[in-house]
Design a protein around this ligand. Structure first.
Ligand code: MLT
Length: 264
């Protein structure tokens, strides 16, 4: 089922009486990033996924976003859907949102799953690269930016052996509005560092990282896991930055064990 609230396109699958799991995709993608997880976990859990404002089927609005406004949108989804202590599951930019959400309102969640993400803010070099990305979109258009950026998220293995997946992922994002994509880039550049909060977390955390992830590499994610008292960390083989798409079987195995423990 698909509904729209406050300009946010929300996708619901599974039995509403079951433990809710909220999936937040990364940039520049939409809820389809989690399709292999939703099809499996909707059998035993209430799966809620939504398109981050500016991407997918959510309205771009004025294109002025912050990590704070993205976190407000997440809270709105939880409140509108009356979700009781969902597990939150975010990849990359979705992880930035999840990390800020547990910093603000940890009590609203029963667990956190972080895939291919990081808690530190952009370095100066990172911010300059965001500016270059916006410049490229302004001069060459969003389609050309997406065609160049998305392949850099995949592992060498996926680029060689999963050409259809790479093509599909690009074509799924090519229609995104340039206002929405640029707004997300600025929101990521302006996000705060959430590292200090990691050691304060008390909910269980599952940390997953593609072994060939160059954007949020395994040593960075292992460092995050080490700071969280109740955490498990696993590397996902044959995957880069998009582990839920590149190796869904391995990702699903770890998520399944984690959700079953929370739901026990
Ligand atoms: C993402 O996958 O969400 C982005 O690549 C993250 C980022 O650019 O920082």
């Amino acid at each position: 089922m698909n509904i729209k609230k406050n300009g946010i396109s929300i996708f619901l699958e599974g039995d509403i009486s079951k433990l809710p799991v909220v999936f937040i995709h990364g940039f520049p993608f939409d809820h389809n990033l989690w399709k292999k997880q939703i099809s499996k976990f909707s059998l035993n859990f209430f799966c809620v996924a939504y398109d981050v404002r500016g991407l997918g089927k959510s309205d771009p609005g004025d294109g002025q976003y912050t990590m704070e406004s993205f976190t407000d949108d997440l809270e709105m989804v939880i409140d509108v859907m009356r979700l009781h202590r969902p597990v939150i599951c975010g990849l990359s930019m979705g992880g930035y949102i999840a990390l800020r959400a547990v910093e603000r309102i940890e009590e609203k969640f029963s667990g956190i799953i972080l895939c291919d993400t990081r808690s530190n803010a952009d370095s100066n070099e990172g911010k300059i690269n965001r500016a270059l990305a916006i410049k490229k979109i302004n001069s060459e258009g969003v389609k050309s930016y997406i065609k160049e950026f998305i392949p850099s998220c995949f592992s060498e293995e996926s680029l060689g052996n999963k050409k259809n997946l790479v093509r599909e992922t690009i074509s799924n994002s090519e229609y995104f509005s340039s206002k929405g994509v640029k707004g997300c880039i600025l929101a990521m550049a302006g996000r705060i560092d959430t590292t200090e909060n990691l050691s304060k977390l008390s909910i269980p955390a599952l940390i997953l990282c593609g072994e060939q992830d160059k954007i949020s590499p395994p040593d960075v994610m292992k460092g995050m896991a080490d700071k969280i008292s109740n955490s498990e960390f696993y590397k996902i083989p044959k995957a880069g930055h998009l582990s839920p798409l590149e190796n869904p079987d391995a990702v699903n195995k770890y998520i399944d064990n984690f959700l079953k423990k929370i739901d026990a």
